[in-house]
Design a protein around this ligand. Structure first.
Ligand SMILES: [Zn+2]
Length: 275
């Protein structure tokens, strides 16, 4: 691994608003639980949340495709014949740098049929950390007031068409109603100059996600989300030294640009403030 040292951390906060119902599971855990076979994932308090891993996975897959890195010969199996991700040896690869690159003794097998060996010197840490997005206090109140089918969620009957027999089977789908708001948080570590430029890709991923979907049943129109009131903070190494890292009192570096698209559009000016 190349010797790297931390220059600072970008803290990104904001809201995710559901513009259609959101069905983010939870594997199917059986009909006896709430009588729904597509349960929404919830925390210990019973409130739905968006797992950071789901959000990050979706961002990664959208960026892989948008950067032409999703072809089979550029992917490795993470779970054999089931889950594959992009990984390569290109030092400046944006996806490998944002999401990290690991190696192991044996080369990785690739869906393209060959093998991909990640060289030791190309191993690089993950820059992006994505927290679980939690339901806002305001949404908790509103959803309680709505008296939905289940606490905080609604249940919809959907016809699931068997692809082979074309038979329609009605299934109950649990979903977070449209208009719900989740608070999200991300940390992006800056080690090098190119990390600063690559930050743009994080917001590009959010732009792409707004025109894609989160969770399941995207083809039914589920999972349309919008990122709102986005704030980007820069904490330099010195800021950690001085305890000047409180986002409550700090000024964000994205100024009036609070959406992924406006941040991408004005990225060069925002990037100037990362120093
Ligand atoms: Zn790569």
């Amino acid at each position: 691994m190349v010797e790297i040292s931390l220059e600072g951390k970008i803290v990104i906060t904001g809201n995710i608003r559901t513009e259609t119902g959101l069905s983010i599971g939870g594997a199917t855990v059986g009909l006896d639980i709430g009588g729904v076979d597509n349960p929404v994932i919830k925390n210990a308090e019973g409130k739905p949340y968006i797992p950071g891993s789901s959000l990050k996975g979706k961002m990664r897959s959208l960026l892989e495709k948008a950067n032409g890195l999703a072809t089979d010969d550029k992917r490795i199996w993470v779970v054999p014949n089931e889950i594959s991700i992009h990984m390569c040896n290109e030092p400046e690869c944006v996806v490998c740098n944002i999401f990290g690159r690991t190696t192991r003794k044996e080369p990785y097998s690739s869906p393209g049929g060959g093998a991909i060996k990640i060289e030791k010197e190309n191993v690089t840490p993950t820059r992006l950390i994505v927290r679980d997005a939690v339901l806002s206090e305001d949404s908790v109140k509103k959803l309680r007031g709505l008296k939905t089918d289940l606490e905080f969620t609604e249940v919809k009957w959907e016809n699931v068409i068997d692809r082979i027999t074309s038979a329609a089977t009605p299934r109950q789908m649990e979903r977070v109603p449209e208009g719900a708001e989740f608070k999200f948080g991300m940390i992006y570590n800056v080690f090098t100059e190119s990390d600063k430029s690559n930050l743009r890709e994080v917001f590009k991923a959010l732009e792409l996600l707004e025109h894609d979907y989160l969770g399941g049943s995207g083809s039914r129109g589920y999972g349309k989300v919008k990122f709102e009131d986005v704030n980007v903070y820069w904490n330099s190494k010195a800021d950690y030294e001085n305890g000047d890292v409180d986002t409550e009192t700090k000024t964000s570096i994205n100024g009036e640009y609070k959406t992924p698209a406006s941040i991408v559009k004005n990225f060069e000016a925002i990037k100037e403030k990362i120093k």
